[in-house]
Structure formats: C-alpha cells, structure tokens
Design a protein around this ligand. Structure first.
Ligand SMILES: NC(=O)c1ccc[n+]([C@@H]2O[C@H](COP(=O)([O-])OP(=O)(O)OC[C@H]3O[C@@H](n4cnc5c(N)ncnc54)[C@H](OP(=O)(O)O)[C@@H]3O)[C@@H](O)[C@H]2O)c1
Length: 373
C-alpha cells in the first residue's frame, strides 16, 4: 500500500523542495498537496508527475489562516484517504518584516555575531493583522490553523496498525522571551513570528505527551495495540525563499552571497537553497519515530563545501555541548547557551489545554453562525 504524505505550503520554497526530494527517495508515495492557491498547486502537481510518473499526487484546497477552509479541506482529505502516514505542517508566513537597525549594528559587533545572524534573533519585527476569524494572522497561519487540521485529521492519524508522524517546520528564531501564556497570539508584541515558532515547539512537546506517551499507557493497561502519533520539529536554516525575500529583496541577497558562502565555513546554518533546507524534513521521513527525542529540534545544516547534515538541538545546555562537537561550535555554544530549545513540559501542557479551550469556543461560534436560531 502506498504511504500517504500530506504537506501544507507545498506550492513554493521548502515545501516544494520537500515534495521533490521525497519523490526522488520513494516514487511510490502518494503526496497530497494542501495549498490555498489551486492554480499554483496544479502547476506543482504537473511538474512533480512529469519528473516522477509513477507517483500519485493529489491536491486539497486549504488556507490555514481560515478555520472554515481548514475544516473543509480536512473533510476532503478524509473522503480521499483512510489513513495518513506523514503530515508535514510547513505553511508559514512572516508578514512585513522590518530590520531592527539598532539590533543589526549591535549584532555585528557582538561576540554572538554568528548566532545573531543565523537565527535573526532580535533582528526582525513584523506588523501582524487580524484575520476574518478574529485571530492574529501569524498565530492562526503558523500554528492554530495547523492545530485544527491535526484535530480534524486525528481519525486518519491515530490508527492501530502503525504510527504516524507530524513534522513541523519551526525555526531557530523561536524564542521563549517572545512567547507568553497570557498573550499566546502575541497581539501586544513586535515579534509574532518568533512567538508562533516557540508556540510550535511547545505544541510539539505537548502532542507527544498526549498522544504517544498516553497512548502507550492505555495500550499497556488495556492490552491493546494502539500505536502513537509522533510529533517532531525542525528548522531548515536560513533559506532563500519568498519568505526571506520579504526581509531583503533578491538582488541584495545576491550581493551578500559571497560573504554568506564565506561565513558558511564557520556557521553551517546558512543552508541557502530550499533543497538543503529540506534536509531535516527528509531525514525525519526515514526515522523510526519511537527512536526520536520529543524534546529535540532537528536542524538542517550545510557545510562550506556544500554537504548537508542534520543535528539535534536538545533542551539542556550539556546536551547541546555534546551535539556541537567541533571546537568552534563549543566556543560559540558557551558564549550563547540561549540557543537550546528552552521548553518546559508544564508550560507545553498548559498551552495545549489553552488551545483546546480556544478550539471549543471557536467551534461553538462556527456552529452558531452556520445554524443561527
Ligand atoms: N526561509 C527560511 O529561511 C526559513 C527559516 C526558518 C523557518 N522557515 C519556515 O519554513 C516554512 C516554509 O517557508 P518558506 O521559507 O519555504 O517560504 P515560502 O516560499 O514563502 O513558502 C511558504 C508556503 O506556505 C504557504 N502558505 C502561506 N500562508 C498560507 C496560508 N494561509 N494557507 C496555506 N498556505 C499558506 C505558501 O503558499 P503560497 O504559495 O500560496 O503563498 C507557501 O507554499 C515556513 O513555516 C517558515 O516559517 C523558513
């Protein structure tokens, strides 16, 4: 039976590169492209089928910044498939990014210069807006729309014969100080992107706790063979896509490329191409999810000579030291221990419960507007 892989944001950038790379590894997959723009998605499907004729590629229309569209799209997915093996939660936005010039110049002269520029930490602010559903757009697109998608697709993801994997495209830009349980949508702050990616990391931890750990317990007690739903997060590195072209125009990136290639000998986070950025997404495709650490973020790296590799970023600083084995990275790590994922499981669980509450109230509102009394 063909494995079924659903990918959001498959129409460009890292999502599109992922589609090509997965089919290059396994032509027998069925890829389902969840995209908001049907004509773009159609062109992608035609190109994928032209280079991988024995693959199956289908399209589902879905705008993750609209909950009705997500629910509608999920219904179509449930009509088409009995089960999903992989769900890549990749669509994302960073609207109207503004460079913080003060932080930029401080960054150049700071001892954390490589870290600052490879994570954009503190360098970028964004102006967010409110969607038709009444949510902050970055929160709804990058996180909440995807959360509702998972909830809708649970019957296809949690099946008894084998496990399924959720794989999120998060970011090194996820920063604890930009997230607050009191303002989960980051409506009062200037870094909604960083907040939404930290929220993604938290949700990832909570999903593992609620799906595979609890599922294992239930199966032990009831002697059932319930397999878990596993969740992982990755960061693709700095990749030149429509998202990064919103920060600086393509010609500026082209001018900077020689410098970036040079920096890449020291900081492998500048993966640059969508193909390289997709490395951790493809790597996870091959892993047994039971063997993964739910508290680890998997990072794509590209060396100065263009070789791709993946490394895990764990929650504790000592784990981090083990990860970055060469001396340069150890020195860098010591100078910026803030690089670790910095997640605590209690906050993750509280956040998950808050999302469930929010989901409940959203569903009541949608129900009322569908059936006004
Ligand atoms: N580029 C980087 O350096 C970088 C670094 C860290 C993390 N990331 C993450 O990587 C992921 C992919 O981004 P990218 O760099 O490949 O950027 P991209 O080329 O702009 O791709 C973004 C994808 O998301 C889709 N999308 C955006 N809003 C959507 C919505 N409301 N509903 C459905 N689809 C929507 C886009 O669809 P359309 O084609 O219709 O616009 C596109 O397919 C994002 O989650 C981003 O945060 C990127």
């Amino acid at each position: 039976m063909r494995k079924v892989v659903l990918i959001t944001g498959a129409s460009s950038g890292i999502g599109l590169a992922l589609c090509n790379r997965l089919l290059a590894e396994d032509e027998e997959l069925h890829l389902c492209l969840a995209c908001r723009n049907l004509s773009k998605a159609g062109a992608v499907r035609d190109a994928l089928l032209a280079s991988h004729p024995s693959a199956e590629v289908s399209i589902v229309q879905m705008d993750v910044s609209s909950l009705r569209s997500v629910v509608q799209g999920a219904k179509e997915v449930k009509r088409k498939f009995q089960r999903l093996d992989y769900l890549y939660l990749n669509a994302g936005i960073m609207p109207n990014p503004q460079l913080n010039f003060k932080a930029f110049f401080f960054g150049i002269f700071s001892r954390n210069v490589v870290h600052v520029f490879s994570t954009a930490e503190g360098l970028l602010t964004q102006s967010d807006k409110v969607t038709a559903d009444g949510f902050q757009e970055v929160f709804e697109t990058n996180l909440f729309g995807h959360f509702i998608l998972i909830r809708e697709l649970e019957p296809l993801l949690c099946h008894s014969d084998s496990s399924s994997q959720l794989i999120w495209t998060s970011s090194r830009n996820a920063k604890k100080s930009n997230f607050s349980l009191e303002d989960i949508q980051h409506s009062k702050g200037l870094e909604p992107y960083s907040s939404s990616k930290y929220a993604t990391d938290l949700l990832n931890v909570a999903l593992n706790r609620n799906f595979n750990q609890k599922a294992r317990l239930v199966s032990e007690i009831q002697k059932l063979t319930i397999k878990g739903l596993y969740s992982s997060v990755i960061c693709p590195g700095v990749v030149l896509t429509n998202l990064t072209y919103g920060i600086l125009p393509p010609f500026v990136w082209t001018l900077l490329l020689p410098l970036i290639w040079l920096i890449r000998f020291f900081a492998n986070a500048f993966t640059l191409t969508p193909y390289n950025g997709a490395e951790a997404l493809v790597w996870l495709f091959h892993q047994k999810p039971e063997s993964l650490n739910p508290l680890t973020k998997y990072l794509s790296f590209t060396t100065g000579f263009g070789t791709n590799y993946v490394k895990g970023q764990k929650t504790g600083p000592w784990a981090l030291l083990r990860d970055f084995s060469d001396l340069f990275w150890v020195a860098l790590t010591l100078s910026c221990l803030c690089q670790h994922m910095d997640i605590d499981e209690d906050t993750a669980e509280k956040f998950y419960q808050t999302l469930l509450e929010l989901e409940k109230s959203v569903r009541i509102t949608m129900e009322k507007s569908d059936h006004p009394s």
